[in-house]
Write a protein that binds this ligand. Structure first.
Ligand code: DGP
Length: 114
C-alpha cells in the first residue's frame, strides 16, 4: 500500500503535535482543526479505512476507541460532550487513506452532519 502522510508521521519523517503514542497507535492534533479540540487517533498498522479491517483487527479497533475515550477524559471533554467520527471512503469525506478516528470537542455540534 502507498505510504500516506500519516504513515510518514508515524515513521517520524514529518513532524506532528503528538499527544499520545503506544505500540499500536498515535494521537496527534489535526493540522486543520474543526473544533477547539480536534485530535486524530491513528493506528500504526497501515489500514486504508474502517472497511479495510478484518476480524484480526478487532482488538486494535477496541484499543483505538478506548484511547479515544481516555483522551476525551484527559482533554476535559466529558462535561460538555464530544464527537467521534470516522470518515470511510471519499464520498464520506475521507481525504487520507489511512484509517483514523476524529475526536472533536469544545463547541456545540449539529446533527445531521454536513
Ligand atoms: P479525513 O478527511 O477524515 O481523511 O481527515 C484527515 C484529517 O487529517 C483532516 O482533518 C486534516 C488532517 N491532516 C491532513 N494532513 C495532516 C498533517 O500533515 N498533519 C496533521 N496533524 N493533520 C493532517
Amino acid at each position: 500500500m502507498a505510504e500516506t502522510i500519516f504513515g510518514r508521521i508515524i515513521a517520524g519523517e514529518i513532524p506532528a503535535d503528538k499527544i499520545l503514542e503506544t505500540e499500536d497507535l498515535i494521537a496527534i492534533r489535526d493540522i486543520n482543526p474543526q473544533a477547539p479540540t480536534h485530535v486524530l487517533i491513528i493506528p500504526k498498522k497501515p489500514l486504508k479505512a474502517l472497511s479495510s479491517t478484518g476480524e484480526e483487527d478487532t482488538l486494535l479497533l477496541g484499543k483505538l476507541l478506548a484511547s479515544t475515550r481516555k483522551l476525551a477524559e484527559q482533554l476535559g471533554l466529558i462535561a460538555d460532550g464530544y464527537r467521534v467520527v470516522i470518515n470511510n471512503g471519499e464520498s464520506a469525506g475521507q481525504s487520507v487513506p489511512h484509517l483514523h478516528i476524529h475526536l472533536l470537542g469544545g463547541r456545540d455540534f449539529r446533527w445531521p452532519p454536513g
